[in-house]
Design a protein around this ligand. Structure first.
Ligand SMILES: *Cc1c(COP(=O)(O)O)cnc(C)c1O
Length: 413
């Protein structure tokens, strides 16, 4: 039906994942405007916190300016609990090692570094594309002093976060769960964001639901929730004047942004269903190609935020990447992520390489990295052979079939 190399570009770009508004968002924003609750107090924030906690099945949610801010507070609280409060300008994790997901977005572990911690990267499990519990266990044996783990769920497809939690308990370590990409995903019926001692979710513009920005810290501990509210509003003590006993932040969620988030929550399940349909159409459309979709492991119900593939090794043409550029040498019947991304861009569709593992990043080159695969790093392999596909929930089946044909073409020519 389609002539090879003759696919017309989409007149409107197909995004990896873009915001999807419904109307109620504007109603709640307007309500904030009309009633003049235009700051970091108001009904929208209260409602977002109530819904976020209820949805995740945790006792408390604290609305914050972004998920990175939520993770920063998680790191502060975990660090203080483990090592005591820092009374100097040094971070609460100064010189302390922390086990971190390797194949994730840098925001997962940036807050560890803000607080002076030293990330030790834990390799990825082949079966789930998430932190490898076996590698984590090995890491605890090698570094018995470590008391904190920061683990992210990749692309909304949970890995073995339950096993990670059990290992943390066995070694007396605290777990911070970065569920930024996994809002609404579950493992054995339990929501992502409810596994960590502390957890964070995101309402960034490209996530499954959005406020344009924003996030929440999730916890079952009322003291943690109270402390998050205090530290996110400049750490004011209860006094008639501005009284301070500790350093604070300006991290609170705006009531206007919260209006957008509040209007989005009722559509979370709809967005998940649409993303699932995208994933399943790729699975069906690409089934005769030598590729694998990002895996769904036993007991998990993903939110299908991003669909991704890896190209089977034998069908990879030569691809060379330096720090900022990539090239490839075309071979018949073979392709590589660089070529597929190029061909997608040519039809005005947005793909993206797999998140480049942290242990491969120039900034972390000196940090330890723990793997179980003697052949090398699982994350490095997935990064080399994988890519995220256009996963926008507004993409039509017809548009997606053109994307699928484009990918198929890469394997023929
Ligand atoms: C998007 C994202 C974040 C950061 O979320 P913000 O709300 O933009 O701060 C953190 N971790 C992961 C894994 C993410 O994908």
């Amino acid at each position: 039906m389609f002539v090879k190399n003759d696919l017309k570009p989409f007149s409107k770009k197909i995004y990896l994942s873009s915001p999807t508004m419904h109307g109620e968002e504007l109603k709640y924003m307007t309500e904030a405007f009309r009633t003049n609750w235009m700051s970091t107090l108001g009904e929208n924030i209260n409602e977002v916190e109530r819904i976020a906690a209820e949805k995740a099945g945790v006792k408390y949610a604290v609305g914050l300016s972004c998920c990175t801010a939520a993770l920063h507070l998680c790191v502060k609280f975990a660090g203080e609990k483990l090592y005591g409060r820092s009374h100097t300008s040094h971070g609460v994790l100064e010189g302390k090692r922390v086990f971190c997901s390797d194949m994730t977005f840098a925001a997962t572990l940036n807050p560890v570094v803000y607080e002076g911690g030293i990330p030790i990267f834990i390799d990825t499990e082949k079966e789930s594309w998430n932190m490898d519990p076996v590698a984590l266990e090995r890491a605890f044996e090698t570094y018995p002093d470590v008391k904190l783990v920061v683990c992210a769920e990749l692309y909304g497809f949970p890995g073995r976060i339950d096993a990670i939690k059990r290992i943390c308990e066995k070694y007396g370590a605290l777990l911070i769960e970065d569920a930024a990409e996994a809002l609404g995903a579950t493992l054995y019926g339990k929501q992502c964001g409810s596994f960590g001692d502390y957890a964070a979710i995101s309402y960034n513009g490209n996530k499954i639901i959005t406020g344009s920005s924003g996030g929440c810290l999730l916890t079952d501990d009322i003291e943690v929730a109270q402390k998050a509210r205090k530290l996110s509003t400049q750490a004011r003590e209860n006094a008639p004047w501005y009284q301070h006993e500790e350093v604070g932040y300006n991290y609170r969620l705006s009531n206007v942004i919260a209006g957008v988030v509040r209007g989005q929550y009722p559509y979370l399940e709809e967005h998940i269903a649409q993303k699932k349909a995208v994933y399943e159409r790729y699975e069906e459309g690409l089934k005769d190609l030598p590729v694998k979709m990002n895996p769904i492991t036993e007991g998990t119900e993903p939110n299908y935020w991003l669909s991704a593939i890896t190209i089977n090794e034998k069908y990879m043409c030569r691809q060379v990447r330096n720090e900022t550029e990539a090239t490839y040498t075309k071979e018949e019947g073979k392709t590589c992520p660089t070529e597929i991304l190029e061909k997608l861009a040519a039809i005005n569709a947005e793909g993206r390489p797999i998140w480049k593992p942290m242990h491969m990043q120039p900034i972390y080159r000196g940090n330890p990295f723990v793997t179980v695969d003697h052949a090398g790093s699982v994350g490095e392999d997935i990064f080399g052979r994988g890519l995220c596909l256009p996963s926008d929930n507004k993409m039509t089946a017809e548009q997606q079939s053109i994307i699928i044909e484009t990918i198929k073409d890469c394997f023929s020519a």
